[in-house]
Design a protein around this ligand. Structure first.
Ligand SMILES: Cc1cc2nc3c(=O)[nH]c(=O)nc-3n(C[C@H](O)[C@H](O)[C@H](O)COP(=O)(O)OP(=O)(O)OC[C@H]3O[C@@H](n4cnc5c(N)ncnc54)[C@H](O)[C@@H]3O)c2cc1C
Length: 495
């Protein structure tokens, strides 16, 4: 019997996971990637012995990766190891308050009681509600295709209704958090979860409070060797399952005849397969690979998630007060989000995130006695800002703020510097407007507006990754790979 063939365009985390799953299902899989390496937004570089993960830094829901290895019947430990963190994040406020977000909920509640006068039981109840919301309602959204009629006849769908209250839909995350906590600092801390999928807590529904479940109840983790080891493990698994990779191969076109996919054009050559999975942003897939401008324009109208400006600094000093994940909050969070989403301009007092992997692996991530700082602020998706100018302004603001709060002249410790901004994110990975997580979740209907994992226009065309259902971020991209490969497998069984 002829082997089933599939082409995957792009080797981001979702493309890699889809390739590994399809190969396990017996497909002959070819992956075409425009860059010279796999991983997409998950990438790394090294300079003067400082190692930097360029994109994602927060690792949650490791069970989603374990699922792929279990599905492929391969021992995950031989590919990928990770450890649970005791502290999810360290929060710094301008008035010198420091809050440790311990992953032990009782310790975290005690910390919030001591530092911010919160009621410990209220914190524990909030996290319990988040868990309920995630396990009942969230699980339906992330495991099923919302555009398949059948999904609504599953028991998970019925269960989804028991997980939430009306206020989770009618209130935005900020209003919900404001009514849950006493102190504005706690509200700000829990509002931050909207940024985990590039959204605005003053717009996005309180459903997003379920994200705190992942970090606190399920846990926050660190992958040995940093975030790139996630892409590395999936790549090695895909190779083991027989997937063929073609790097430096930018796909030019998806071949379609009578609304049926026939293959792709790459390097002016036609390569045929009746299943094509695009891991490329859905907007660019329609615009550049299908020349379907009508559909591309419809997708373009959906609001994009935020983007980021990142400075990778090799720091020639160790900072005992800092942890793996650190946040330096802005004084006016609402204004900051207005700038990101409404005015699409830079805010003069941005919240700063610093990730330092040498805190976890001092021997390998930075030279002895030094630290690798990944310093990020949330910014609007790449629209009207001139980044060549903006980068210098932001650098100044960030250095002033960090020097003020850490009471040291940070600029004097910078030994190496590299920069990533929205325009580069867009060109590196073909992510429309450089958005980190595809479309935003600011609308109550976001989950339903997101492009499905299959095409209604072209038979045999499927989509995976951050720009499609169920959304951006590594855990959801892995879920999208699972949904898509299941859809392909079911469709093949029918024929
Ligand atoms: C700075 C930053 C910070 C982030 N922080 C986090 C975090 O802490 N935690 C988290 O979970 N997530 C985070 N994210 C989001 C996460 O990285 C993404 O959601 C996820 O990696 C997207 O994976 P993907 O498979 O959808 O696509 P991508 O990684 O975008 O990969 C798409 C691939 O397609 C390739 N491609 C594009 N066009 C073509 C073509 N024509 N032919 C062939 N190949 C093509 C690209 O080169 C790329 O390799 C962050 C992202 C960024 C950029």
């Amino acid at each position: 019997m002829k082997k089933k063939e599939a082409i995957v365009i792009g080797s981001g985390v979702a493309g890699l996971a889809t390739a590994a799953r399809l190969a396990t299902l017996g497909f002959s899989v070819n992956v075409f990637e425009k860059n010279d390496n796999y991983g997409g937004k998950i990438a790394l570089f090294e300079t003067n012995s400082f190692k930097f993960d360029t994109g994602p830094s927060l690792f949650t829901a490791p069970s989603f990766i374990e699922d792929i290895f279990a599905f492929a019947n391969e021992p995950i430990d031989e590919y990928f190891t990770y450890k649970k963190l005791a502290t999810a994040c360290k929060y710094f406020y301008e008035d010198d308050t420091i809050v440790n977000a311990y992953t032990n909920n009782k310790l975290f509640a005690k910390e919030l009681n001591e530092k911010l006068n919160e009621d410990e039981n209220q914190i524990l109840n909030y996290l319990k509600t988040s868990e309920n919301l995630y396990t009942k309602t969230g699980n339906f959204f992330i495991n099923f295709s919302l555009q398949k009629f059948k999904s609504y006849f599953s028991t998970q769908f019925t269960k989804a209704f028991t997980g939430f209250k009306l206020k989770h839909i009618t209130q935005n995350l900020h209003t919900y958090n404001k009514s849950s906590f006493r102190n504005a600092k706690t509200v700000q801390l829990f509002n931050r979860y909207a940024t985990y999928n590039g959204s605005n807590p003053y717009k996005a529904s309180a459903m997003l409070s379920l994200i705190s479940h992942l970090e606190h109840n399920d846990g926050t983790y660190y992958p040995t060797g940093g975030m790139f080891s996630i892409a590395d493990a999936l790549y090695k698994l895909a190779l083991k399952k027989g997937v063929q990779f073609h790097f430096n191969n930018s796909v030019e076109r998806i071949i379609v005849t009578n609304n049926r996919v026939k293959g792709i054009v790459v390097n002016n050559q036609n390569i045929y397969a009746d299943t094509v999975v695009s891991n490329v942003d859905a907007y660019f897939t329609y615009k550049n690979l299908l020349l379907n401008f009508n559909k591309a324009n419809k997708i373009k109208k959906i609001e994009r998630s935020s983007s980021a400006l990142i400075f990778y600094w090799g720091i020639n000093k160790e900072f005992a007060t800092l942890d793996l994940h650190n946040i330096f909050f802005s004084d006016n969070y609402q204004k900051e989000f207005e700038h990101i989403f409404k005015y699409k301009t830079l805010y003069t007092d941005p919240t700063i995130y610093i990730n330092i992997t040498s805190k976890q692996e001092p021997e390998t991530q930075a030279p002895k006695g030094k630290e690798n700082w990944f310093v990020m602020i949330n910014v609007p998706s790449n629209d009207k800002i001139n980044w060549d100018i903006a980068v210098n302004d932001c650098r100044k603001i960030i250095l002033e703020k960090l020097s003020r709060i850490l009471k040291q002249n940070i600029a004097s410790f910078i030994e190496t510097e590299n920069i990533l901004h929205p325009k580069l994110i867009e060109s590196n990975t073909a992510s429309y407007l450089g958005s980190l997580y595809g479309t935003s979740s600011n609308s109550k209907f976001s989950a339903f507006l997101r492009h499905p994992n299959f095409s209604n226009n072209y038979k045999g065309l499927y989509f995976v990754g951050g720009s499609v259902h169920p959304g951006g971020g590594i855990p959801l991209c892995l879920k999208s790979a699972e949904i898509t490969s299941n859809l392909i497998s079911k469709s093949k069984q029918k024929h």
